[in-house]
Design a protein around this ligand. Sequence first.
Ligand code: SF4
Ligand code: SF4
Length: 375
Amino acid sequence: MARVFNWQLGREMSYWYPESRPKKQFAAVFDINKCIACQTCTLACKTTWTSGKGQEYMLWNNVETKPYGYYPLAWDVKLLQELGAQTWDGGPYPGQTLFESARAGERVLGWRPQEIDYAHPNMGEDDCAGRVDKGCSLAIPHMNWFFYMARICNHCTYPACLASCPRGSIYKRPEDGIVLVDQGRCRGYQECVKACPYKKVFFNPLTGTSEKCIACFPKMEQGLVPQCFVNCIGKIRMAGYISKPEDARPENPIDYLVHIRKIAKPLFPQFGLEPNVYYIPPIHAPVSFSHMLFGPGVEHAIKEYRDAPNDPDLAGLLGLFGSSETVVAKWKRQGDWVSGYGEDGAEVVKVPLREPVHVRAGLDPAHGVVRTNCP
Ligand code: SF4
Ligand code: SF4
């Protein structure tokens, strides 16, 4: 085992291979507060990449309802139980990562789901309403809050899938940090399926190989965002590249949200993979739950996000989410307008801080019709 530095944990940790960061690291920010669980992203991915034989059950992108939704079933609670209780109040993470708590003879602490665990995504996840008798309140088994969480592969800096593969079939591209399975080398041992804590590698029983999200690399190579990003109805997503904390640039939207404002947080950073999809935590869920999911600092993130109406920079950047198919490499606010620029420096999108509201006269005399205003 090598010693590597994981900035999300604020300390060194053990990993199967020495630290070797890519030239650029693919990354994304998802604003949980905007997701409406329409599943357009799920279908955009499904129709692009997993409509073939043996892929029927696969959702490289899925959206689940937290706290009771899972795909596959119990993917996170099962692993949290295996790992055991850990505490982390800020500062360097004092607990164990999945690499450090691996069983003897194994490289990562993990578990492999059964076929049935993938069988019923989204079934019954939102059933927390229901009838309550007069004078009673709804407490168990469901609490009266939930939120939607979209999930793709995190293209981790220290991928557990890659570390666990006995064939060396999984690799991290040095040019952009995207993690891929070499279909020619893979022999279907499924160690990666067992090791990925986020359960984002899938076994194809027809080809006998493992498959996973490829971050739509043919699009990213052309400076375009992946399919699940451009099709997102809620405009919750921003794709780009993240720097190391010490190299953070405020004009890079991902750096700004993750490193500078510290509003976007990694999912289960305590696992130790340094995942590269960051979430703006839900503002209507208990902080203790978000703390378990996203680590320390969620209180700060929620406070800043709530204050966005008084913060034109943050509000403006949030308005750029989902506004362009081109990857926004830089952003800048000028007065009441926010611009996004591509990697070549050219402006690709410009949005106003506030959408104009046009109120039309109820009666259109030119056409003699009555109109309804929909601001
Ligand atoms: S999320 Fe899972 S599949 Fe994706 S890079 Fe990380 S360990 Fe591998
Ligand atoms: S398309 Fe966007 S809003 Fe709809 S479920 Fe996916 S992430 Fe959420």
